[in-house]
Design a protein around this ligand. Structure first.
Ligand SMILES: Cc1cc2nc3c(=O)[nH]c(=O)nc-3n(C[C@H](O)[C@H](O)[C@H](O)COP(=O)(O)OP(=O)(O)OC[C@H]3O[C@@H](n4cnc5c(N)ncnc54)[C@H](O)[C@@H]3O)c2cc1C
Length: 435
């Protein structure tokens, strides 16, 4: 239910709340889009000097999935017709064991809990959101390096390229290597290795002869197609897009490498092939078709005790606040839910109650995000430690309603007033995290 004084799409700049967002990844863009729709004034500051460089940085993880929890947001923004044609259209996921035996054929529905999920090229999807943000008149300043975050009783500001930029709210959406996290919360923690890394590749299936090789042509013959292989501490997923023309694969495996400096490198196909030695030869045939790949170390952090600054006007969203394991397929989706929830909270609270809005926002998001992070660990363990006898649903990718049926915008409208009231009456305390 929408608050009586508010509409879901408000007049531009009608709330008087000014929001500065640092970072134009999925978190920053979605937060900006939803803030504008709720009547706030927005400015994005992004380090990369142009969309191409930003795209190259984002492309390195190649394929990305947005669950129907965010699909419903994209649909509300009117982006379905742009996004759907460039996404994979997969009707089933066939999961094999390391010997190639089929453990399950999981039926995939295009509509789940009333919305689509979208899976496609990360850079292309990011570009659509970037253009949409621009079309709404959002100012995105590129080549900005934000070096300071400061706040007083009545305002917050950042220093970007030496210039002071003042707002009511500052949002740090600056990714897993967040400087905001360090400056705002005083956390100077080195990301921890999760103990896993992913080799990833995306390439033209026809150019690389996938359709000619008798071992791999099944991936190109019947439109888009999706297969997985699971073995001890390894899972490999491969899919085709654009009717079988584009191919991507990801293979997750144990990797304890130190990740202090960097965690995304060019990988070597010969190293990838070592991971599947002794596996169904189809795996090696598919993997070796890629011209190159990325070796992506998966970093992790313990949950932060808060995502909000001491003064209450600066906050972190997306990977800056809570990095995800890829097996949850929810990192970007939860980043987008953060922004949607914040925009509603600020709208309902109004300019004079920005700090209350931010506290209520954190309270609404904190447990849900942790639950979604733990879901990623459960999926990884389900595949990496699968009982050799496991078949059918025991190895299928779960699609829980609490996660994918969620509507973050509706939910924020429903619970904001009671959450804010509770904070006013009982003080601010975050809920216990699920373990
Ligand atoms: C291998 C892999 C696979 C994944 N697969 C999925 C998936 O299928 N589904 C899913 O939902 N999620 C997935 N994720 C997670 C998802 O990619 C991230 O959670 C999401 O992209 C985070 O977005 P973000 O905007 O928070 O951060 P980022 O995308 O890192 O954006 C941060 C932005 O801030 C900018 N910035 C940084 N510092 C500054 C500064 N000082 N001044 C100005 N700008 C700055 C950066 O240039 C960047 O543009 C995956 C992640 C990995 C590693």
């Amino acid at each position: 239910m929408v608050h009586s004084n508010c509409t879901k799409v408000a007049e531009p700049k009608s709330t008087g709340v000014k929001v500065v967002i640092v970072g134009a990844g999925f978190a920053g863009l979605a937060c900006a889009i939803e803030c504008v729709r709720k009547g706030h004034e927005v400015l994005i500051l992004e380090k990369f000097k142009d969309l191409k460089s930003l795209g190259e940085y984002l492309f390195s993880a190649l394929i990305i999935t947005f669950g129907s929890n965010v699909g419903r947001i994209f649909e509300r923004w009117g982006l379905h017709d742009q996004i759907w044609p460039i996404c994979n259209h997969l009707s089933q996921l066939t999961i094999h064991n390391a010997n190639g035996e089929i453990l399950t054929v999981q039926h995939l529905t295009q509509l789940r809990y009333g919305a689509h999920s979208y899976s496609g090229h990360r850079g292309a999807l990011h570009e659509i959101l970037f253009s949409f943000a621009k079309s709404l008149g959002i100012e995105i300043r590129l080549a900005q390096d934000v070096t300071e975050y400061v706040e007083s009783e009545g305002e917050a500001w950042v220093v970007s390229n030496g210039e002071k930029i003042v707002a009511d709210v500052v949002v740090g959406a600056d990714g897993v290597r967040s400087r905001a996290r360090n400056l705002v919360l005083g956390h100077d923690d080195k990301p921890k290795s999760s103990g896993y890394a992913i080799y990833r590749a995306w390439f033209d299936a026809f150019e690389r002869g996938v359709d000619k090789d008798p071992r791999t042509k099944f991936m190109t013959e019947n439109g888009d197609c999706f297969h997985g292989w699971i073995g001890p501490d390894v899972h490999m997923l491969t899919s085709t897009a654009r009717g079988g023309r584009s191919m991507s694969w990801v293979i997750t495996h144990r990797d304890e490498a130190d990740i202090e400096e960097s965690w995304s490198f060019p990988g070597k196909i010969e190293d990838v092939l070592k991971v599947v030695e002794g596996y169904d030869p189809t795996c090696a045939a598919i993997l070796s078709k890629a011209p190159s790949c990325v070796d992506w170390k998966i970093v992790y952090r313990d949950p932060l005790p808060t995502w909000i600054s001491k003064g209450g006007r600066i906050l972190l969203i997306g990977d800056a606040a809570h990095p995800f394991l890829p097996t949850s397929a929810q990192g970007a989706s939860q980043a987008i839910e953060d922004g949607v929830t914040l925009a509603v909270a600020l709208q309902l609270a109004g300019k004079d109650n920005v700090r209350l809005a931010i506290q209520a926002w954190e309270k609404i998001r904190y447990q849900r995000v942790r639950r979604a992070q733990l879901f990623g660990e459960q999926v990884r363990d389900m595949w990496h430690k699968a009982n050799p006898e496991a078949r059918g649903e025991e190895v299928e990718m779960p699609s829980p309603e609490w996660l994918l049926g969620h509507d973050s915008e509706e939910h924020a409208y429903e619970v904001y007033e009671s959450t804010a009231q509770d904070i006013k009456e009982n003080g601010y305390e975050l809920p216990e995290l699920p373990v």
